[in-house]
Design a protein around this ligand. Sequence first.
Ligand SMILES: C[S@@+](CC[C@H](N)C(=O)[O-])C[C@H]1O[C@@H](n2cnc3c(N)ncnc32)[C@H](O)[C@@H]1O
Length: 433
Amino acid sequence: MAKHSGAKQAAAERLEVTIDSLGAQGDGVGSLADGTPVFVPFTAPGDVVVAEVKAKNRNGISAELVEVKTPSPDRAEPACAHFGTCGGCQLQFLKPDVYAAWVKDRAAMALAHHGFSADLVLDPVISPKGSRRRLALKALKTVSGVLLGFNERQSHRLVDVTACPVARPELTALFDPIREVLDATLEQAMHATVHMTLTATGVDLLIEASMALDLAARERLVAFADAHDVGALHWQDQGFLDPVAIRRAPAMTLSGIHVPLPPASFIQATDEGEAALVAAVTNACKGYKRVADLFSGIGTFTFPLAREHQVLTVEGAKAALDALSSGANMATDLKQVVPLHRDLYRRPLTAKELEAFEAVVFDPPRAGAKEQVAELAKSSVKCVVAVSCNPNTFSRDARMLADGGYVLTSVQPVDQFLWSPHLELVGVFTKQA
Ligand SMILES: C[S@@+](CC[C@H](N)C(=O)[O-])C[C@H]1O[C@@H](n2cnc3c(N)ncnc32)[C@H](O)[C@@H]1O
């Protein structure tokens, strides 16, 4: 790490600063001579930069990059033409090994806040370019056509994208056709959100816009779906979900089992990420007979687990659980799968109920699963596997389990959002009888 030179005030709101490290959100971090941290997005350790001060608070100074005076050797050529304006993929200017080291560090930093050692963190599994199978794009109808893309960093300004190197090509191939069909459909100045998911039956599109479809618009969208072999197209107007063109019912293949995919259901973001998460979860559960899969969604972990174990699968979204049940009913080579529809925030499985299981997997939304973890911490379950898309709530939940007598044995980082600070973790906890 380059030794920082401190910073000198070059003009009222401008600083020259040497970047020493990368923070948890991926911003370069330098410091003033008095030690005040300065956060500058799009900078790498070793850069000497000029940055403009944007905000000051008790955490330090947020500044915007004006000029890189001396570039760091950690820099690489960004892969995307939209780098710098588009709000996604902010770390694509780092060399791959520098990025991978930061991903590992990101997990270690979050764990350190709750007293866990960095030695527990394994090398990350990072999904490659061109692998993201779900995207949520913003659209806006303007006088010169439809803009389709992502918001600028920390702004609502839309960047019209022609390429997205992290996404599956089956999705990016539809960007222009979507622009065209929305241009003919949306009213002037209207916004829409386009959710794209690559499923086992093709691309599944869900378009949200505050507009009911008339017959002409409906026919246009059906013709678009036919022309581009879109698997399914739903239109959502103020909560009303309209199945405009269901050419093939959306479905996923999970551990070789065909599972229907209800609209807006959760799936992992890349094939590679899903495989890494499944491997970490199934390895941790080896040797245990009765397993519970909490926050199971449509069964990403239930199906591979059910090849070896009896599984209680608990989920709050009824449509997802019904899809899982229908996949389980069609499969012939699974041990027992028992589905349970339950709100695990309001009614977590109690320590008493958990006694029936030797291993428990839980994979909650970003907020974590405080209520469920409190019960797990009191339980006698031998192995708890925490899957999380938020290193901060993961570490908080890990602390509750550790305080209940669990030992954290390993943390596997799985990065499905290449070049972003978004990270999944799989933590394995054991408790001696
Ligand atoms: C991060 S997803 C994980 C899904 C699944 N494990 C997978 O990998 O595909 C979180 C899941 O928790 C479910 N969920 C959210 N809130 C819940 C609650 N209060 N009780 C039970 N399930 C809930 C969501 O419907 C979603 O399926």
